[in-house]
Design a protein around this ligand. Structure first.
Ligand code: CP
Length: 306
């Protein structure tokens, strides 16, 4: 393992490496005591320039459960970024304080700058509307555990497919497994960007675009709901018009397969009714546990401690 390997995009990990992380996460679940001192005397820095609940806390919980320690900031206003310090300088400095760094930044491409300046392993914890590789690792573990395969699935992606970085990363990841089909459910304004559609075309993947969640639901093995990304809209009027386009309710699930898995990267706003939470097909809270276990596996792997 390179001393300062960076994970910016899910494709920075090979299919074999993802399989290895899934195996480690499954072992962590079965034998947590084996891992509880594995990162003793190691420090994880979490540099979050943008709000987060799950990603930051699950990274920190992951390191604590591995016996390591954490440092960092939640919000650029609490760091010297507020005085104008660059990402490059911040990473140069934090590389002297921590053994591994996870960073979330609102600007697409900021992780590329960080990766060029880090002296320790670096993980992109989400950059703008671009990539969110560790969310994809959480999604992959959830799918693998609930469907017992990553291939031959019909995957519905619903909501904000334009700005939803988790959707882009998930498509990139699932295109590496054979025979998956994609149903892209969105209003016109929030369609998947052309560059992601090109990836589906280039891979020869079967996909269709629709505005109707109701039409798509009966065909799906996985329904991946997403929030309309308010923070990426240029005007509030458009956001207000689009935000409740899709609301998943128990009634809409009546036509779904009995074993369809409902995923959502969270946070949820209105797009899944709380009444759906009781449905055994709802996997979105379980997904957050999978996220912590995959982040544990990734930290171990990048530090060469697994
Ligand atoms: N899924 C996710 O990235 O959630 P947070 O924004 O709370 O980290």
């Amino acid at each position: 393992m390179e001393k300062n390997r960076s994970i910016i995009n899910i494709l920075d990990l090979s299919v074999d490496e993802v399989a290895h992380l899934v195996k480690t996460a499954n072992d962590i679940e079965k034998n947590p005591e084996k891992y509880q001192e594995r990162c003793a005397h190691k420090k994880l820095a979490t540099l979050f320039y943008e709000p987060s609940t799950r990603t930051r806390l699950s990274f920190e919980a992951a390191m604590l459960e591995l016996g390591g320690q954490t440092l960092g900031f939640a919000g650029a206003q609490n760091s010297s970024a507020s005085k104008g310090e660059s990402v490059a300088d911040t990473i140069e400095v934090v590389s002297n304080y921590a053994d591994i760094i996870a960073m979330r930044h609102p600007k697409e491409g900021a992780p590329v700058v960080a990766a060029a300046h880090t002296h320790v392993p670096f993980i992109n914890a989400g950059d703008g509307g671009h990539f969110h590789p560790t969310q994809t690792l959480a999604d992959i573990l959830t799918i693998e555990r609930t469907k017992e395969t990553l291939s031959g699935l019909t995957i519905g992606l619903c909501g904000d497919l334009k700005f939803g970085r988790t959707v882009h990363s998930l498509i990139d990841a699932m295109l590496r497994y054979p025979d998956n089909k994609y149903i892209l459910i969105s209003p016109n304004e929030l369609r998947l960007p052309e560059y992601e559609l090109d990836k589906l075309r280039d891979a020869g993947a079967s996909f269709e675009e629709t505005k109707s969640l109701e039409d798509a639901i009966p065909k799906l093995d996985i329904l991946y709901m997403t929030r309309v990304q308010k923070e990426r809209f240029f005007n509030e009027e458009d956001y207000l018009r689009l935000k409740d386009t899709y609301v998943l309710t128990p009634e809409k699930l009546l036509t779904a397969k009995a074993d369809m898995a409902i995923l959502h990267p969270l946070p949820r706003v209105n797009e899944i009714s709380v009444a759906v939470d009781k449905d055994p097909r709802a996997k979105y809270f379980y997904q957050t546990l999978c996220g912590k276990q995959m982040r544990m596996a990734l930290i171990l792997y990048l530090l060469g401690l697994d």
